[in-house]
Design a protein around this ligand. Structure first.
Ligand code: PMP
Length: 361
């Protein structure tokens, strides 16, 4: 038997490391490692899910007209400028596939979402990580790093795993300063956690070099459904549709996501609860000597003295059944990313970190 070699560069792609939801020997595990919504999904969504499921012998809609119309209606956007994907990950992949190739460069902040370098390598492009300023996107550093070969710049705003955000003026300065032919992807996975924020939609409206991406995985509590969407000029959306599989979303995904986007009451409820518990958790950790930057998301980036302390704390939490995320792979080895859970989970994680701090020397 011989091993068939894949395309050049494929074996350089690091496998995405997802969060585990079990700890050997611990029965009551609390998972705070994947930025999921602790309140789950709304009743409206659960009803939509139980109602769908008929007509599964029919292929789903190929143009996602119903879901796009609902998104457009709720967010006051143009449905013709929307594309839907299997999570926002797939929309990021459409952009990468359509606009970058072998020998091109894809630029992103050093602590950027781990899919950015993976996507670059998938198409044979070179991933270029650019320094941040105090764990915040540095627009000048990105502009300086761009060359004629740069085809895509990815930023998540708010960022993951930093939780920090840059203002719309800065995003506009970035988009307008890019080399000709380069697209700015404004990844808005955490948009809804920021009161009154449009995720960059108004910036996209006025530009032909921007794509905004959004997801149902976070505040909508639908990480398991796998639906995301993108917003861009009609010309870009036309291009992205050419690399999209015709039936990328199932009838179930389409029906449930449509019900979810129409249920903005749930979004508001989850945002308010997240804001309350995030403030509580950040303050509780700060009092224990574990600082964090002001988070605009549903997680906190907890900073420890060094990598050894962060890892020891992670191990300690695990033995107590608390799963958080190590972020050494994002260039933050002295930090742990902790999802804002419900009140009992936040109290339990703070209490356990307090015990760890008292014991750790
Ligand atoms: N962008 C960022 C910044 C994220 O944190 C995530 C999820 N971890 C995604 C995109 C992808 O989310 P999904 O594919 O579930 O929409």
């Amino acid at each position: 038997m011989s091993v068939i070699a894949p395309q050049p560069g494929i074996l350089d792609i690091e496998l995405y490391v997802g969060g585990s939801s079990t700890v050997d020997g611990v029965a009551e595990v609390v998972k705070l490692s994947s930025n999921e919504n602790p309140l789950g999904t709304s009743d409206v969504v659960k009803q939509a899910h139980s109602k769908t499921g008929h007509n599964l012998h029919r292929y789903p809609s190929t143009d996602h007209a119903g879901l796009r119309a609902a998104i457009a209606d709720v967010h006051k956007l143009d449905a013709d400028r929307i594309i839907c994907g299997v999570g926002s990950d797939e929309v990021l992949q459409f952009v990468t596939q359509a606009y970058a190739g072998v020998g091109d460069e894809i630029v992103y902040p050093e602590h950027g979402f781990s899919m950015y370098p993976i996507l670059a390598k998938m198409v044979g492009a070179k991933p270029v990580a650019v320094p941040e300023r105090e764990r915040t996107v540095d627009v000048d550093a990105i502009l300086k790093a761009c060359t004629k070969k740069t085809k895509i710049v990815f930023i998540a705003n708010p960022g993951n795993p930093t939780g920090t955000m840059i203002g719309s003026n800065e995003v506009a300065r970035l988009a307008d300063g890019l080399p000709k032919g380069c697209i700015l992807v404004h990844d808005g996975a955490y948009t809804e956690y920021v009161e009154g924020f449009d995720g960059g939609a108004s910036l996209v409206e006025a530009r032909d070099n921007m794509v905004m991406t959004r997801t149902f995985s976070k505040i909508y509590g639908l990480g398991g459904l796998r639906v995301g969407w993108g917003y861009a000029s009609k010309e870009i959306i036309d291009v992205l549709n050419r690399v999209r599989q015709p039936f990328n979303l199932s009838t179930i995904q389409l029906d449930v996501a449509e019900a979810a986007v129409r249920d903005q009451e749930w979004v508001e409820k989850c945002r308010a609860e997240n804001t309350r518990m995030r403030a509580w958790l950040a303050e509780a950790l700060a009092e224990l000597g574990v600082p964090s930057d002001t988070s605009t998301t549903n997680f906190i980036l907890a900073r420890f003295a060094d990598q050894a302390e962060a890892e020891a704390c992670d191990d300690y939490l695990k033995t107590e059944g608390l799963i958080v995320r190590r972020v050494a792979g994002y260039g933050l080895p002295h930090c742990l990313r902790i999802t804002v859970g419900d009140e009992p989970a936040c109290r339990r994680v703070a209490h356990t970190i307090g015990n760890f701090k008292a014991e750790y020397r």
